[in-house]
Design a protein around this ligand. Structure first.
Ligand code: NZQ
Ligand code: ZN
Length: 397
């Protein structure tokens, strides 16, 4: 087991342009000679005027548009964009949207210049899992703080027919820039705001709730970001409360939660995400809702393995300083549940319409997708994952 901070090389090439009315900076961020393909989702950017603002900022550029990238972006939709790029010779992609549009656009950027069949970018039983060697440059205008896709090199693509949601990653698909205007979050419905708070919170947890290796900076950043989300979360989800300070803190927290600063040299545990992706495949539950429905069970079933960090979490994040360590941990788990419930997130599997008869399928899927040994120690076997699903089904809060 890792005893101390591991060696690391950290590089994050994304330029962040943050604040009010920043879309107009596009002309200084994209070279004038680029042929730009604007990518977007199901229409929110049209409805709320963001696409018009982008068009205006790109006046004088040669640009086209590709809409319809769905939540949980599908391989098939992205392949249509790749064909368009090849046909019309685009050489810059500008994604406007949340994690789905940005993830889809990362795959499009890599797939458009991939030597061979782009499906081979994916491993885990889908393709050959070949490395991405190049990608078209990509910029983003973020409309939903949640995934940090705007400042990382990862993406998740859905394969409908193969019933799979598979991640990929490369230094080549980091956005060259991302525009973060907190005011763009003012049009988000409550459910998406709560999803964003929760996804960011769980990203932090997955890089923090493992075992201690002395990463004081990583832990300190993580604790500070979690405390920020706990403080602002209930106000973030008030969809009519257009408070710039709250939304600005929300947006930056979500970005920092998964842009690499928390994970350098310390162990990580992406099991809640691995289990969550299979739940989305099962019944299309939103990504963040799957995470919150699983997280309490993960904390309970994996209490022993995560005990030292759970005590630290109780003391430093929830300020629980009395009682035995066991009592502190139990209180911290209940506080976590209360926090998630306070922003109307599900905390059990029943709430997202999963039943006992689904568990065999979920376990088969984990196995098929190379997730038979999860967690910071690789000791979360399929049996342990089964126990987590079962616990998440039986829990009542
Ligand atoms: O499609 P449109 O019409 O734009 O509507 C979207 C979508 O329906 C809407 N929306 C976005 N911005 C809005 C808005 N509605 C009103 N006002 C705005 N400003 O919100 C809906 C959800 O959008 P989506 O992009 O799907 O949400 P999110 O950002 O939560 O992304 C989820 C996807 O990201 C992946 C997830 O698996 C999922 O596929 N993830 C990506 C990660 C990464 N790249 O690092 C890490 C995450 O753990 C996650 O797995
Ligand atoms: Zn996530």
């Amino acid at each position: 087991m890792q005893q101390e901070i591991a060696n690391y090389t950290f590089q994050n090439p994304t330029k962040i342009v943050f604040g009010k009315d920043q879309i107009k900076q596009l002309s200084s961020l994209i070279p004038q000679d680029k042929k730009v393909l604007i990518t977007y989702g199901g229409g929110s950017v049209q409805r709320f005027g963001t696409l018009d603002r982008v068009r205006e900022a790109l006046e004088g550029y040669n640009f086209g548009e590709f809409g319809g990238i769905e939540a949980n972006p599908s391989f098939e939709t992205c392949m249509r964009a790749i064909e368009l790029i090849k046909k019309d010779g685009y050489d810059f992609i500008l994604a406007i949207g949340g994690g789905s549009v940005i993830d889809g656009s990362k795959f499009i950027a890599a797939g458009a210049v991939f030597e061979g069949d782009p499906i081979d970018i994916f491993g885990r039983g889908i393709g050959k899992g070949e490395p991405i060697k190049q990608a078209l440059p990509l910029g983003t205008v973020l409309t939903l703080p949640a995934t940090a896709s705007e400042m990382n090199g990862g993406g998740v693509i859905t394969f409908k027919e193969k019933q799979a949601k598979i991640g990929f990653g490369s230094i080549h698909v980091y956005p060259t820039f991302s525009i973060l205007e907190p005011e763009l979050t003012y049009t988000l419905p409550k459910k998406q705001l709560a999803n964003g708070v929760t996804d960011s919170f769980v990203h932090i947890i997955e890089q923090y709730l493992t075992y201690p290796v002395g990463g004081m900076v990583q832990d300190g950043f993580a604790e500070s970001l979690m405390k920020t989300l706990i403080t602002i979360g209930p106000d973030v989800v008030k969809e009519d409360l257009h408070d710039y300070t709250i939304r600005a803190n929300f947006m930056w927290t979500a970005t920092l939660a998964l842009n690499g600063i928390l994970s350098q040299g310390v162990p990580g545990d992406w099991s809640t995400h691995a289990l969550g992706h299979e739940l989305t495949v099962l019944n299309h539950t939103d990504h963040a809702q799957t995470l919150s429905a699983i997280l309490p069970a993960v904390m309970i079933v994996r209490k022993e393995q995560k005990f030292d960090k759970l005590v630290q979490y109780a003391e430093n994040v929830w300020n629980i300083n009395t009682g035995s360590n066991e009592e502190k941990v139990d209180a911290a788990i209940l506080k976590t549940v209360a926090f998630l419930k306070s922003i109307d997130m599900p905390v059990t599997l029943k709430e997202i319409n999963v039943s006992a008869s689904d568990i065999d399928f979920l376990i088969e899927q984990l196995d098929k997708h190379g997730n038979a040994k999860l967690s910071e120690r690789g000791d979360q076997t399929l049996d342990v994952s089964r126990a987590i699903f079962e616990k998440a089904l039986e829990l009542e809060f």
